[in-house]
Ligand binder design. Structure first.
Ligand SMILES: Nc1nc(=O)c2c([nH]1)NC[C@@H]1CN(c3ccc(C(=O)N[C@@H](CCC(=O)O)C(=O)O)cc3)C=[N+]21
Length: 296
């Protein structure tokens, strides 16, 4: 069997088009321009590239983009001060603090200082709690993007065996919550799990989010399974820099029913969902109905 490719790049373009429609309606009918503030501390080159593309896409869908670039040695007090200002600014509906932060800053403290209603990453402790208890919340962008692709591919996920490999707060744990919410039987596995190949082989839906290049080979994949590869690993091969996922794509694509590529899979959906969350936050802030199909 050769897997069908789930084209995240194309799907993300459709999500952005939907976001743009909602932004136009919000502006024309309500005089509201959704705004996203992105805070970058330090000069990590990969983060800079990522922040730039977020800013560009934010403007392309008609939203306001506010970029705050702070020196690597910014104090916690100064960063908290900026967050307080953004929390109070009615033009800002979404706030994202780019992670990882420099070591001298406590990222839990910083994230929990964001107004949960503006926490478009869904990392604030109250959003985590609300997601876990099935209450309306802001949902982390990467798992939300994965869920959208899975729902689009399968329709209903009810009763399916889902295995999430990886237990991070930003992907593995919220992904498991979302799959549980869609009535999957969910297993969270990780690098210390006993007999990881056998666990993966039981998956109708396999989500790989471990951050280890090409760790999951095709013979861990159940024939016909849907494989969502969250990994974005930069490696050297044949003297060139390449991006690869956590799944060994060529062997997995021989076995899977459907698979997301890297690049062009989950990555573009993450940014599209950030824009979607910002529109959702703007609607909630103004007591307007939420956009359909853009939330979990
Ligand atoms: N508070 C916070 N929220 C985040 O969501 C967040 C963060 N911090 N810190 C950094 C990571 C990384 N991240 C990516 C999103 C999209 C691509 C993406 O679109 N990748 C392209 C390839 C890009 C390339 O060629 O380098 C793709 O997979 O096709 C990559 C990486 C979000 N992050």
């Amino acid at each position: 069997m050769t897997a069908s490719i789930i084209d995240g790049k194309e799907f993300a373009a459709r999500v952005r088009a939907k976001v743009a429609e909602h932004v136009t309606a919000l502006k024309e009918q309500h005089g509201v321009t959704p705004g996203l503030a992105v805070v970058l501390v330090g000069e990590d080159p990969a983060s800079q590239v990522y922040v730039r593309s977020k800013g560009k896409q934010t403007v392309e869908v008609g939203m306001a983009s506010f970029e705050h670039k702070l020196n690597a040695d910014t104090s916690e007090a100064d960063l908290l001060d900026l967050i307080a200002k953004l929390n109070a600014d009615p033009q800002v509906h979404g706030i994202l603090v780019q992670l990882p932060l420099p070591d001298h800053l406590d990222s839990d403290l910083v994230i929990n200082a964001i107004d949960p209603a503006k926490d478009v990453d869904g990392f604030h402790i109250s959003n985590v709690g609300m997601l876990g208890t099935g209450q309306k919340s802001m949902v982390p962008c990467t798992p939300l993007g994965c869920l959208m692709m899975l729902r689009d591919h399968h329709g209903s996920l009810s009763g399916m065996n889902a295995v999430v490999v990886g237990r991070s707060n930003i992907v593995g744990k919220p992904m498991a919550q979302l799959l549980l919410g869609d009535s999957c039987t969910v297993t969270i596995a990780h690098s210390r799990s006993k007999d990881l190949p056998a666990i993966c082989q039981g998956a109708d839906i396999l989500v790989a989010a471990v951050g280890r290049p090409e760790m999951i080979p095709g013979d861990w994949v159940r024939p016909g399974a849907t494989v969502i590869d969250v990994g974005i690993n930069r490696i050297e091969r044949d003297g060139k820099t390449r991006l690869v996922g956590d799944v060994h794509f060529d062997s997995a694509a021989q076995v899977a029913g459907a698979i997301t590529p890297v690049p062009g899979g989950v990555g573009p959906m993450t940014i599209a969902c950030l824009l979607a969350n910002t529109v959702t936050a703007a609607c909630r802030a103004h007591g307007l109905p939420e956009p359909e199909g853009l939330t979990a």
